[in-house]
Write a protein that binds this ligand. Structure first.
Ligand code: ZN
Length: 151
């Protein structure tokens, strides 16, 4: 685990210990389950929409610190945001964790996960919550300029 030490920044540790928006969302209108079999991470994400806005989002799951912290950070990043804005955040976040860019402007606390780009196997851990969110929202089938990888 020593190679991962510098991934475990205080933000990640904090969100792993005290995940935000954790627990089932009773009045959800979207739900999806995600699994990263390479690491054993499992997440369930619930969303509630208000028109084109993500009114509420919650998750439960278990797995490594990266996957859990990423899910917690994801819920904070998209809650109350228009869905298309959340999609843009996902695109920027995905570019950062896959190493396509080092630009983390506008990503706030999500930038703490930028270090995973140096550990390809961890990219799936960091991306799992977002792919699961997009399935819950039904936006995973929407074509984007750059094809979304399977990570
Ligand atoms: Zn993991």
């Amino acid at each position: 685990m020593s190679e991962l030490n510098d991934l475990y920044q205080s933000v990640i540790l904090d969100h792993n210990r005290r995940p935000r928006n954790y627990g089932e969302l009773a009045e959800a209108d979207g739900k999806a389950e995600g699994r990263n079999s390479l690491c054993g991470d499992e997440l369930t994400v619930w969303v509630k929409r208000d028109g084109g806005t993500i009114a509420d989002v919650r998750f439960v799951g278990h797995g490594c610190a990266i996957s859990k912290a990423s899910a917690s950070l994801m819920t904070q990043a998209v809650k109350g945001k228009p869905i298309d804005e959340a999609e843009q955040v996902f695109e920027r976040f995905h570019a950062l964790v896959t190493g396509r860019t080092k630009e983390s402007e506008g990503l706030g606390s999500l930038a703490a996960l930028g270090g995973v780009s140096r550990f390809p196997i961890r990219v799936k851990c960091a991306s799992l919550a977002w792919h699961t969110l997009r399935r819950a929202l039904g936006t995973d089938a929407v074509a984007t300029d750059a094809p979304v990888s399977t990570e």
